[in-house]
Design a protein around this ligand. Sequence first.
Ligand code: AMP
Ligand code: MG
Length: 407
Amino acid sequence: MMISVDKALEIILSSIPLIKESERVTLFEAFGRVLAEDITAPANVPPENNSAMDGYAVIHADISSAEAPSFKLKVDEEIRAGQNNEGKLLKSGYAIRIMTGAPLPEGADVVVPFEDTDEKNGIVTIAAHFEKYDNIRFAGEDIKKGETVLKKGTRLDSAEIGLLASMNLPEITVIKKPEVAILSTGDEILEVGSENPGEKIINSNAYVLYSEIKKYGGNPHYAGIVRDKKSDVFNRFSELLKYDVIISSGGVSMGKYDFIPDVLRELGIDLKIQKILMKPGKPVVFGTKGEKIFFGLPGNPVSVMVSFQRFVRPALLKMSGAQKIEKPVVHAIAEEDLFKKEGRRYFLRGHYTIKNGEFYVKSTGPQGSGILTSMSSSNCLIILHEDTEIVKAGEKVEIELIRHGEI
Ligand code: AMP
Ligand code: MG
């Protein structure tokens, strides 16, 4: 039975088991991982009031009289960054030279940057007005002790890893990565690097899948190419049942040698999806057996990428406990007429540009599902909904930003 893209995603997401195991990792290994715990700040960041500039710590009352600013203060030593200043007291009529990040002496309530001062013979002249607390960073202004800083389910990017480091947490608990097997199928498929490939087709899908799985937090395992012989396909799948997820490409269409759905059934896998009303990627197979997940993607490279984006990516993220799994969808102005047949949802490879704050989009040219260059030159998918037949140049269309900025 053919089902809609939305229904298919709903079925997939509601049948995905969450990985329960977690592991400790260092911050060097934390990128892209999903937190298995709420992170509570063990201390204030910054730990104490400190200076945001190189300059002089002074008392605001000493430099706030209404007269033209030319205040003279005696310089009383200096405080360097990292120095312990316990018991250090700033007295009225004095200034203490202070470096960025150094703890503020007691009594000081403003820091005057060097640029606005002139020091001679132990006397500093301040020739500008300042507000109380200018150039001071307060204890806990970034993070307060006891505050929940990051929630369980957060996928860690560089900024979050910086936060963890600033809280002096060298290790954290993250959800274990799903172990994902990749299987290529087809008599015509040859390994990359083969001599004299002739009329055969080189296995590009495995490499696309390997990279995508890594990108979205899975641990990929390449399981090679299996020929279009039913018993071979059966045996190879049986060997792969030890992984959390198995993703195959090819062998799911109507061809005489497309055995995947039959083999999966024979292995006791409950096939929940077999055909989806979309293009490219109609014959996407999805099934489960206990906690194991199976995706039988089509063979064509573009179909693999689009169906991965649409279904496998959210599944992997959800499995590893990530809370945020959508890619941004925005409206763009079509720069050319876009056509389709009614009934299925189309995902055209598109290239968007932003002019005067507006998104504009063009398709990347030939859209055949074997044309991998159309994927490489794209930075978005143009979504043409089921009931659409044409989007005219100048009209708005939905685009999903599959590659925006980051790789
Ligand atoms: P299939 O669904 O098995 O009939 O495959 C459809 C087409 O996808 C094949 O004719 C190949 O051109 C292509 N194809 C299948 N598997 C791969 C692969 N691993 N790498 C690149 N192209 C593939
Ligand atoms: Mg095939």
